[in-house]
Design a protein around this ligand. Structure first.
Ligand code: AHR
Length: 320
């Protein structure tokens, strides 16, 4: 019998992560990738990274944009299964609801790689690895910065509002949890309001307007789960006649160029890095899986914290 790449991948998918089969590199590897959407500057950079890395690696990429809808991602995954791609990769818009479609991929013997966001499935063998950030740690980093900031005004209580990411998504859940872990019980920090801004500028602005309407000048701090919502909120704060970064301290996550520009203008105080440049790691992991090499279950991205004081110095080196 002639053994093809499909046979190797089928054996890997069946055996889970411990398989070590030899490689067959006859045709270019075909990856079906389902992207969340184009909701943020981060997401656009992530898409560019994946497309560029596929080109460089000689991988055929079938790309589908889910426009922030889980049903579109499920459809895309089923279409990749029907097309019999070598590997399915996706960044899940929300954590839950993936068991059925991932079981279908497993039954079709197609290995699945997660990028950026995690899924909540009972059977962990339904995917090979997750490549991306530690979102809980990002939330903790944002919280630690704020705790230190509060120490500059001992005894003063700071009223905090929070813009959450997409409801049910791993970054929204984890960034909230990490931030709370570090700030809960701190007598200087009081959470006034928390609401989703869906990771977009438009929604971030809209929700911040509502926060300002309800609490006005009582708001001291905005914690935003991403830079795009923070940038939208900055507009709302300015339109309300207040100074973002001064009247309202802004703590955000992603470290995209737009956030550095806002920091250099004194409108944003700190951004916690979340790297979207996952393309090269995805291609490497896909090739390793295809070659039957063992792949670690979790590949965590290295990231930093950028307060406004370092923005001008760091800006020229930023890649996204
Ligand atoms: O999953 C990563 C998050 O999704 C980024 O923080 C956000 O900007 C994006 O939309």
């Amino acid at each position: 019998m002639t053994v093809t790449r499909r046979h190797v991948l089928a054996a890997i998918a069946l055996a889970g992560t411990s398989a070590t089969f030899s490689a067959f590199a006859a045709k270019p590897l075909v990856i079906g990738f389902s992207q969340v959407g184009a909701e943020s500057e981060w997401r656009t950079a992530n898409t560019v990274s994946i497309k560029d890395a596929a080109k460089k690696a000689g991988v055929t990429l079938k790309f589908a944009d889910a426009q922030q809808r889980q049903e579109n991602q499920v459809k895309a995954i089923r279409s990749f299964i029907a097309q019999r791609v070598d590997i399915i990769a996706f960044s899940p818009v929300v954590e839950s609801g993936w068991d059925t479609v991932l079981r279908e991929a497993k039954a079709a013997r197609i290995p699945v790689i997660l990028t950026d966001r995690d899924v909540n499935v009972a059977d962990k063998s339904l995917y090979v690895t997750l490549i991306g950030s530690d979102f809980v740690e990002e939330g903790r980093r944002a919280g630690r910065w704020l705790v230190e900031h509060a120490k500059k005004t001992p005894g003063k209580v700071l009223n905090v509002v929070e813009l959450q990411g997409t409801v049910g998504s791993a970054p929204a859940i984890d960034r909230k949890a990490g931030f709370e872990e570090v700030t809960k019980g701190n007598p200087q920090l009081k959470l006034l309001r928390t609401q989703t801004g869906e990771f977009t500028r438009a929604k971030g602005k809209e929700v911040m307007e509502a926060f300002l309407k309800a609490h006005g000048k009582d708001i001291n701090v905005l914690y935003s789960h991403n830079d795009d919502m923070a940038i939208g909120a900055i507009q709302a704060i300015e339109e309300a006649g207040l100074k973002p970064g001064k009247d309202i301290v802004i703590v955000s996550i992603d470290a995209v160029k737009g956030a550095f520009e806002a920091m250099m203008q004194g409108k944003l105080n700190v951004t916690v890095e979340c790297s979207p440049l996952l393309g090269p790691q995805l291609m490497q992991a896909a090739k390793d899986v295809a070659a039957g090499k063992p792949v670690t279950r979790r590949i965590v991205t290295e990231e930093r914290v950028f307060p406004a004081e370092v923005a001008a110095k760091e800006f020229p080196t930023r890649k996204y």
